[in-house]
Design a protein. Structure first.
Length: 221
C-alpha cells in the first residue's frame, strides 16, 4: 500500500493518540492547583485514562489488520493436500464472488495453467475475506477492495493472459528458468568488489546460453 493512501482508521488512531497526549498534559496542569480544583483534576485523570485505553485499542486493531496474510500459490508447500485446499477454497470463492462481476468474463479458460494468475486470485480472495469476514472487517476495507484491488487484478489478468487459450498449453513445457544464472558469479565479483570498473564481458558460453530465449515465462509462450 502506497504512502499516499492512508486509511481513515489509521488517521483516527493518530487523532485519538494526540487527544490522549493533550488530556494527559491537561491533567498535569490541573494537579498542582488548589484543593478546590482537585475534583476537576480527578475527572480529567479519568478521562485521560479512557482516552489512552481507546488509543491503545485502536492501535492493536490496526496492527492486527496489517498482519493479515494470504498463502502464496507460487511458494506453497509441494504437497497435494496443501495445493488442493488452496484451490478448493479459491474455486468456491470465485464462483460466489469474483465471477459475479461482468468484467471478470475476461478470465481465460486456461487460468489454472497460469501460476501468476492463480497467485493474483488467491491474494485477492484473502483481501476480500479481510474486508468482509475478518474480525477487523470494515466498510473502508471493502471499498478499497472494490475500488483498487479487484479492478487491478482484473486488468493484469486481462493484460498477461487475456488472449491465451487452452490450446496454447497442449505442448509440453518446463518451469520458467532464470536467464544466465551461470553468469551470477562474475556479476558478484564485479558488483561486490569492483563496480567502479567496467562490467565483465559476456563469455561465448553466456552468449550461447542466451540463444534459447524463447522459453516461456509465467506459463505463457
Amino acid at each position: 500500500m502506497s504512502a499516499e493512501h492512508t486509511h481513515p482508521e489509521h488517521a483516527s488512531t493518530a487523532a485519538v493518540a494526540g487527544l490522549a497526549r493533550e488530556v494527559e498534559a491537561l491533567r498535569r496542569t490541573v494537579d498542582p492547583l488548589p484543593a478546590r480544583t482537585r475534583e476537576t483534576g480527578e475527572q480529567v485523570t479519568q478521562v485521560a485514562g479512557q482516552v489512552r485505553e481507546l488509543a491503545e485499542t485502536l492501535a492493536r486493531k490496526n496492527a492486527k489488520a496489517e498482519k493479515v496474510v494470504a498463502p502464496s500459490w507460487l511458494t506453497c508447500a509441494s504437497d497435494v493436500d496443501t495445493v488442493a485446499a488452496i484451490l478448493d477454497e479459491l474455486c468456491k470463492w470465485m464462483s460466489t464472488v469474483y465471477l459475479r462481476y461482468a468484467d471478470a468474463a475476461t478470465l481465460p479458460a486456461c487460468w489454472l495453467w497460469h501460476p501468476d494468475v492463480v497467485e493474483e486470485l488467491v491474494w485477492l480472495m484473502h483481501a476480500w475475506i479481510a474486508a468482509y469476514d475478518d474480525d477487523n472487517a470494515s466498510a473502508v476495507a471493502a471499498g478499497d477492495w472494490h475500488d483498487r484491488y479487484r479492478p487491478g487484478v482484473v486488468r493484469r489478468i486481462k493484460t498477461t493472459a487475456g488472449t491465451c487459450s487452452l490450446e496454447s498449453h497442449t505442448d509440453p513445457h518446463t518451469a520458467p528458468r532464470v536467464p544466465l544464472v551461470e553468469a551470477a558469479e562474475a556479476i558478484v565479483d564485479w558488483w561486490g568488489a569492483a563496480r567502479t570498473q567496467l562490467a565483465p564481458v559476456p563469455s561465448d558460453a553466456h552468449l550461447l546460453a542466451a540463444e534459447p530465449a524463447a522459453s516461456w515465462v509465467g506459463g505463457r509462450r
